[in-house]
Design a protein around this ligand. Structure first.
Ligand SMILES: NC(=O)c1ccc[n+]([C@@H]2O[C@H](COP(=O)([O-])OP(=O)(O)OC[C@H]3O[C@@H](n4cnc5c(N)ncnc54)[C@H](O)[C@@H]3O)[C@@H](O)[C@H]2O)c1
Length: 262
C-alpha cells in the first residue's frame, strides 16, 4: 500500500480563504504541517497564523501568483525551506466568471485560462519532480460541476475546469507508478467568498425580488436542500490526501448535495 507514515506536509494554493482555508484547517487537525500560498499574501499569512495557533502543527505562508511558473517555483522552494518536502498539494486557487459567452472578450478568457488552467499546470510541473524522486505524493485539484454539466454565464470558467479534469486524469496515468495520486474534487455551489462575490453581482444586476426567486430555484436543484459549506469540500479533499485513499487516482469526485449525479 502506498501509504507513508510520519508527519505529512501539505501546501494549499489559494488557502487564504474559502475551501482552501477550510481544507488547511481540516488537514492541520490531523497533524499535517501546513504551507499556505495565495495571491493575497496577507490572507496567506493570516490563515497560517490562525492555523498555527489553533492546531499543534508547524505552518508557513507565501504570496504567489500561480499564473507564473517562476513565482510558483519560488513559493514552493520557500515553503519547503520552512517545512520540508511537500507530500500533499491542494490547488484551490481560482477566479470565477459571470458573463454570457457572447458578451465576453478574449481578455476574459485569457485571464481565466491563466489562473484556472495554467495555474494547475504550473503547480503540477513544479511539485511532481520532487514527489517522483521521493516516490510519494497526493495531489488534489479543484474543478467545478459547471465543467461537468455546463453552466450558463460560466462558459470559459467551465472550459478551464474541464481542462483541469483532463490534465489530472492524464497525469495520474503517468505518475501512478511513483506512488503519486492525482484527483479532482468538483464542488457544487459552496458558500465562500468566491460565490458570495458572484452572487452579489447577480443581485445587483437583477434586483432583490428576482434574486429571491432565483435563490429558491437554485436550492430546488440541490436534493439535499442546502448549498455547500467550505467544510463539505474540505472533507473530501482531506480524505483523498489521507492514507485510506491510496488506491484512488485519476478521479473527479463531485461534492454537491446531489446537484448532478455523474
Ligand atoms: N465556491 C463555489 O461555489 C465553488 C463551486 C465550484 C468550484 N469551486 C472551486 O473550488 C475552489 C475554491 O473555491 P473558493 O470558493 O474557496 O474560492 P475563494 O475565492 O474563496 O478562494 C480562492 C483563493 O484563490 C486565491 N487566488 C486567486 N487567484 C490566484 C492566483 N493567481 N494565484 C494564487 N492564488 C490565487 C484567492 O486570493 C483566494 O484566496 C476553486 O478552484 C473554485 O473554482 C468553488
Amino acid at each position: 500500500m502506498s501509504t507513508r507514515t510520519g508527519t505529512q506536509t501539505a501546501f494549499v494554493f489559494g488557502g487564504g480563504q474559502g475551501i482552501g482555508r477550510a481544507t488547511a484547517r481540516k488537514l492541520a487537525a490531523s497533524g499535517v504541517r501546513i504551507g499556505i500560498a495565495d495571491l493575497n499574501a496577507a490572507a496567506a499569512r493570516e490563515a497560517a497564523d490562525e492555523i498555527g495557533s489553533g492546531f499543534d502543527v508547524e505552518t508557513a505562508h507565501a504570496g504567489v501568483d500561480i499564473t507564473n511558473i517562476d513565482d510558483t517555483r519560488a513559493a514552493v522552494a520557500h515553503l519547503e525551506g520552512a517545512l520540508g518536502p511537500v507530500t500533499i498539494v491542494v490547488n484551490s486557487a481560482a477566479i470565477v466568471s459571470n458573463k454570457l459567452f457572447v458578451e465576453s472578450e478574449p481578455e476574459d478568457w485569457r485571464r481565466m485560462i491563466d489562473v484556472c488552467l495554467f495555474g494547475p499546470l504550473n503547480i503540477l510541473h513544479v511539485v511532481l519532480p520532487g514527489m517522483r524522486q521521493r516516490q510519494f505524493g497526493r495531489i488534489i485539484c479543484m474543478a467545478s460541476d459547471a465543467a461537468r454539466t455546463g453552466q450558463s454565464r460560466m462558459s470559459y470558467y467551465a472550459a478551464a475546469k474541464a481542462g483541469v479534469i483532463g490534465l489530472v486524469k492524464s497525469v495520474a496515468q503517468e505518475v501512478g507508478r511513483d506512488q503519486i495520486t492525482v484527483n479532482v474534487v468538483s464542488p457544487g455551489a459552496t458558500n465562500t467568498e468566491l460565490r458570495k462575490a458572484r452572487e452579489e453581482e447577480t443581485r445587483r444586476n437583477i434586483g432583490e425580488e428576482k434574486y429571491a426567486e432565483r435563490q429558491k430555484r437554485v436550492l430546488r436543484q440541490y436534493p439535499m436542500g442546502r448549498l455547500g459549506e467550505p467544510e463539505d469540500a474540505a472533507a473530501a479533499i482531506a480524505f483523498l490526501a489521507g492514507p485510506d485513499a491510496s488506491w484512488i487516482t485519476g478521479q473527479a469526485i463531485s461534492v454537491n448535495g446531489g446537484f448532478s449525479m455523474l
